[in-house]
Write a protein that binds this ligand. Structure first.
Ligand SMILES: Cc1cc2nc3c(=O)[nH]c(=O)nc-3n(C[C@H](O)[C@H](O)[C@H](O)COP(=O)(O)OP(=O)(O)OC[C@H]3O[C@@H](n4cnc5c(N)ncnc54)[C@H](O)[C@@H]3O)c2cc1C
Length: 395
């Protein structure tokens, strides 16, 4: 299993990938988000640098957009039929809604598993697809799909990565998770210049006076990760009580106690600066006193919300922000592009994980025809087929 990311595999992914090959992505600073034209989205990192290099085009049988449970299980079904897969997800973690929205909640309706948490299901799916060695590209959003063959698609992410795939599977759930903008007047003017909603390249924050805002895992993780390279880090949260993992909070408090960083309790009310370059933030404390924090970069982590994202521009039909498919193979109106899981619609559709698993199995049968037009597909059971067992590494 390979992971491309921002050079820092998120802890969860790192744990799954222990002992496996983790490749830091060779990536440029992405372009300033062009999608802002069609969407109300927030810039998450700086624009492409002058000397920004683009990654090489990756050729693959299948490109899966979305590493939620349905995208993950599709890797299994495609792998059994010898199709190589790359997956792209805008999140910095694998598992889609299960990992982002309810990692600790129990799910009771996965066939054959009486109870499993969102996190547990993601871990099991990762274990199940290990034999097929998929490559993950996290922290990247698919922006465009272009038809360049019959079928062959050129897929481009907002990090400038280009794929050429014979088949595209959209398993984008409810759309892309987007960061929430904090309610600070005029913040838009600083976005993409000195206010960022995600860290794509740690080096960009070297020697900065950073104001990190939030009390969850992202705020605390980035406080701890950026503190060694930033000039000074101030963490700001509205109360002195944090949702983040207790050991991260302990580490942060130890740094504050030893004078290596600052902690402030309150909320940003105003930003000061010129031409998008931040110089300071006014912070209202719990006692209503307003003080200034000098900073040249701000990273607010106010959680994520789900938006359809650029899917509307990919040439597939949409119906109430969902992709209509036919139910023999879950193909869209564009031959070679499939849609499975929460993102698709058809008569009787149920937005359940088990529906997406079924859809992935049927999708793989039709995808095989595009990837191997001259090969006949023989239906086989994993219980009795020695060739399938060989692929799974169990025989
Ligand atoms: C609180 C809660 C409880 C639930 N409980 C259950 C339950 O008990 N049983 C059940 O069956 N279902 C349950 N569900 C629903 C279940 O989580 C969804 O059906 C399932 O997650 C759908 O999987 P998916 O792979 O289609 O999409 P998702 O899990 O939504 O994953 C889609 C992924 O695509 C990525 N993405 C989107 N657009 C792009 C893009 N342009 N580029 C790159 N990546 C992109 C997103 O970041 C996301 O990670 C629950 C949902 C919630 C919110």
């Amino acid at each position: 299993m390979q992971l491309h990311g921002n050079g820092r595999a998120p802890q969860e992914a790192r744990r799954w990938l222990d002992g496996l090959w983790v490749i830091p992505a060779v990536r440029a600073f992405p372009r300033q988000r062009k999608r802002a034209r069609c969407l109300k989205t927030l810039p998450e990192y700086p624009p492409i640098s002058e000397d920004g290099e683009m990654s090489e085009t990756i050729q693959t049988d299948v490109l899966i957009i979305g590493a939620g449970p349905c995208g993950l299980f599709a890797v299994f079904e495609l792998g059994l039929l010898d199709m190589k897969v790359h997956l792209v997800d805008i999140l910095d973690k694998i598992g889609g809604q299960c990992a982002e929205l309810y990692p600790e909640k129990p799910i009771y309706d996965i066939p054959g598993i009486p109870m499993v948490t969102g996190h547990g299901l993601t871990e099991s799916l990762m274990e199940q697809i290990k034999p097929f060695n998929p490559t993950f590209h996290l922290n990247e959003m698919v922006e465009s799909i272009e038809k360049i063959g019959d079928p062959l698609f050129r897929v481009t992410t907002d990090a400038g990565q280009v794929f050429e795939a014979k088949v595209v599977v959209i398993s984008a759930g409810g759309g892309s998770f987007q960061p929430k903008r904090p309610p600070v007047p005029g913040i838009e003017a600083y976005e993409g210049v000195s206010v960022f909603y995600a860290v794509r390249k740690m080096e960009h924050f070297r020697d900065k006076d950073l104001l990190i805002v939030g009390g969850g895992d992202s705020a605390l993780d980035w406080t701890l990760n950026l503190h060694p390279i930033a000039r000074r880090v101030t963490l700001l949260h509205r109360r002195d009580d944090f949702r983040a993992a207790p050991h991260s909070v302990e580490q942060m408090r130890a740094l504050v106690a030893s004078g290596k960083m600052d902690l402030k309790i309150g909320q940003v009310t105003e930003l000061h600066g010129e031409n998008g370059q931040l110089a300071g933030a006014m912070v209202k404390g719990t006692d209503n006193a307003v003080t200034r924090v000098d900073c040249n970069t701000m990273l607010p982590f106010f959680g994520l919300t789900m938006k359809l994202g650029p899917i509307a521009n990919w040439g597939v039909s949409l119906e109430n922000n969902l992709i209509p498919v036919e139910t023999a193979s879950f193909e869209t109106n564009v031959p070679g592009i499939f849609a499975i899981g929460d993102i698709n619609t058809y008569p009787g559709k149920l937005k359940l994980i088990l529906s997406g698993f079924h859809e992935g199995a049927l999708m793989a049968q039709k995808a095989h025809r595009y990837v191997y037009p001259d090969k006949r597909l023989v239906f086989q059971y994993t219980t009795s087929s020695s060739s399938l067992q060989k692929k799974l590494g169990v025989n």
